[in-house]
Unconditional design. Structure first.
Length: 250
């Protein structure tokens, strides 16, 4: 939260959604009395983000997860970026990764290109939610975060946005991501591709059909191998059926 109020361009409103936490999150109001604090019973990150979106009173929305920080010029540069590119209704930025208090080199596969955000994110999510600024009209067009996703909910939404709306890269490192701690969702769930294939299947009949089909077959094949490894034979058979179904699509 400190990084929000350290911005050179201050936000018009700050909404904090407490998704049923047990760590006295409500006390944040004492340090930051101007925030709009909303408590809800624990319903997951998708629901929490959707709650914030639905309560927002301004047209542009930026996200910030609890374990991330914005660089001080993040909002200012993103506002300027959108002012100059009125066709862009959503943008994301590059980032800095911190592990054990040290900046680390970001793997090449996570380097951002920005030429075609859909294809850039088809294998895995390459857009950090905390880097995104988006106009509310985008949610009207593509929908909110899918609450049926326990993880990869951001991957699912960015694919929908990239397919239907202009999603642009602001190629500046404006977000600091801290990782490696045990409460991260990505460390709690096995087989993340189980959720990615669910998202990808929504796009089988789009202009990216061939790329989606190829990626789905690849991911289902890996999931099948994992199921066999852990003696989940019923699941393995289901994945084989999924592979044959995808292969049979024209």
């Amino acid at each position: 939260m400190a990084s929000v109020y350290a911005q050179t361009s201050q936000p018009d409103e700050v909404i904090v959604v407490d998704d049923g936490s047990t760590d006295n999150t409500q006390l944040i109001q004492k340090d930051f009395p101007k925030i709009r604090y909303i408590y809800q019973k624990n319903m997951g990150v998708s629901s929490a983000r959707n709650t914030g979106i639905q309560h927002a009173t301004y047209s542009w929305i930026a996200f910030l997860d609890s374990d991330d920080e914005w660089c001080v010029e993040k909002l200012a540069l993103q506002k300027e970026f959108h002012t100059k590119r009125s066709h862009c209704l959503a943008s994301y930025t590059d980032e800095i990764w911190i592990r054990e208090n040290k900046e680390i080199k970001i793997p090449k596969k996570f380097h951002k290109i920005g030429e075609d955000p859909f294809l850039e994110n088809i294998e895995y999510c390459n857009i950090a939610p905390s880097s995104v600024m988006m106009h509310k009209s985008v949610f009207d067009a593509v929908g909110l975060f899918d609450t049926t996703f326990e993880v990869c909910e951001d991957y699912d939404l960015w694919l929908r946005v990239a397919l239907r709306k202009s999603l642009c890269l602001l190629d500046e490192k404006l977000l600091i991501k801290y990782g490696g701690h045990n409460d991260q969702l990505s460390m709690k769930y096995w087989g993340m591709d189980r959720w990615r294939v669910k998202a990808l299947r929504k796009h089988l009949h789009t202009k990216y059909h061939a790329q989606v089909q190829e990626t789905l077959i690849k991911k289902y094949t890996l999931l099948k191998k994992g199921a066999v490894k852990y003696d989940k034979m019923a699941l393995s058979k289901q994945y084989e059926m999924d592979i044959q179904t995808i292969k049979g699509l024209n």
